[in-house]
Design a binder for this molecule. Structure first.
Ligand SMILES: *Cc1c(COP(=O)(O)O)cnc(C)c1O
Length: 426
């Protein structure tokens, strides 16, 4: 028994606790897509799910999970050893058709997709250019890979281009030194230059601030410097774009240009608008063939269950059939909540997505605010360091399509009242 380790952990937990930053799990049961009860039976209105279209409780989605379970609850192994399920294949075809891409590969979570794509494709000597506010799973994928990383300022394409030019220059110097050392080894030179790849990786919709990546500029830079462009549309698919296809469609609506061919890989999750669990990557088939052969998170983990995949597939079909209805409700709710909170004097970060950050400042105050709301039966998450910088703690509300306007107005009233109470107390 290692007493030393236990003592170190104990100290660290105490430190976290002193800063009021201890994380704990609250057990909930969702009785509808917007309402949940705790273990004492107290009911809450929830503004913290990623269930953007509320499809987790759609009868067709539930039914399809039940029906698929008849063929076994688990997938019983990796798709390469045990055989892939029909449900997995069907869902992959459906995602490719939805995103207008050649091919799709499923992973077990969005998190694993980023790991499995990034550390398989990005090799030693490659350079990854990563937005400062990218999701933790992108950061972890980069860490596991042996590639170099350069972090550019959030959505700052000038900073990105500057870093790329720096890397190009560094590279030239490196090749020069190599060549003088190897003395006119021409073959070696071409191999070095050709084997190094540049990657640009970004969230489509950023998970903490809800803002949108500057995709048109990113595709231009990727073309100019021959970079592989990867976009993680976890919070974008089923949320932005006229029919919910995500960031590419959002810009097509705005500019008329379809950027699909300029984005090498789009990553997504089944756990947000698609009301299930799992992740996927979609793009050219050659990438999928490579990942099937090389990606360890794909190869060495048991595939998702038929029920999980069937429910995601049904949710996707519902989105494809009813996008107008779902997305107009989502947008109406989002606009209304943003309007009401801003008018009530809260410091709402402007934007158009259903992720609504309210900047509070001190971590303790944000925690108290969330606690008071919880007492009133409203669940909102307080985002504190290390998720955001010191002094930028916030409440983060996510709005979904199945909130009613009455729920939105009721909630905004309470949020504003409590904020005024907290302010006068200070
Ligand atoms: C939620 C999220 C993920 C992780 O997806 P899971 O399916 O929950 O593992 C990855 N990337 C981004 C940008 C996300 O927001």
């Amino acid at each position: 028994m290692n007493k030393n380790l236990e003592n170190q952990i104990k100290e660290e937990l105490e430190e976290i606790n002193q800063k009021n930053l201890t994380r704990k799990i609250d057990n909930l049961r969702f009785v509808t897509s917007t309402r949940a009860i705790d273990e004492n039976g107290k009911e809450y209105l929830v503004y913290g799910t990623n269930n953007y279209l509320g499809l987790t409780h759609h009868p067709d989605v539930i039914k399809s999970a039940q029906t698929a379970s008849v063929n076994g609850t688990g997938s019983t192994g990796s798709r390469l050893t045990t055989g892939g399920t029909f449900e997995a294949h069907e869902l992959e075809k459906n995602i490719s058709s939805f995103k207008a891409t050649e091919s799709t590969l499923l992973f077990n979570t969005g998190y694993m997709t980023n790991l499995g794509v990034i550390y398989t494709l990005c090799k030693k000597g490659d350079v990854i250019f990563s937005d400062r506010l990218n999701h933790a799973s992108i950061i972890d994928g980069i860490k596991i890979s042996k590639a170099d990383v350069k972090i550019y300022k959030h959505k700052d394409t000038d900073d990105l281009e500057r870093l790329i030019q720096e890397a190009v220059e560094e590279n030239k110097t490196k090749n020069l030194t190599n060549n003088t050392q190897n003395n006119t080894n021409e073959e070696n030179k071409t191999e070095n230059e050709n084997s190094q790849n540049f990657f640009i990786i970004t969230d489509g919709v950023f998970s903490m601030d809800g803002d949108i990546a500057p995709l048109p500029e990113l595709t231009e830079i990727a073309e100019k410097y021959n970079c592989c462009l990867i976009i993680d549309d976890a919070h974008a698919t089923g949320v932005i774009g006229k029919t919910g296809k995500g960031t590419v469609e959002y810009y097509k609506d705005k500019t008329g240009t379809d950027l699909t061919p300029y984005v090498d890989l789009q990553i997504g999750t089944l756990s947000k608008a698609l009301a299930s669990e799992g992740g996927y990557v979609t793009g050219k088939k050659i990438y999928m063939d490579y990942l099937i052969n090389k990606s360890r998170p794909f190869i060495f983990s048991t595939a998702l269950s038929p029920a999980t995949l069937a429910s995601a597939n049904t949710a996707l079909n519902l989105l494809r059939e009813n996008h107008e209805e779902y997305l107009s409700a989502l947008r109406r709710n989002t606009r209304r909540m943003r309007e009401l909170l801003s008018a009530g004097g809260l410091n709402v970060v402007e934007g158009e997505t259903p992720i609504i950050p309210i900047i509070i400042g001190p971590a303790k105050l944000a925690g108290e605010f969330a606690q008071k709301l919880e007492e009133e039966g409203i669940l909102v998450s307080a985002i504190r360091p290390p998720s955001v910088p010191d002094g930028e703690s916030r409440l983060r509300l996510t709005i979904i399509a199945t909130h009613t306007i009455e729920e939105i107005e009721y909630t905004a009233d309470i949020v504003i009242r409590i904020w005024n109470e907290l302010k006068t107390e200070k």
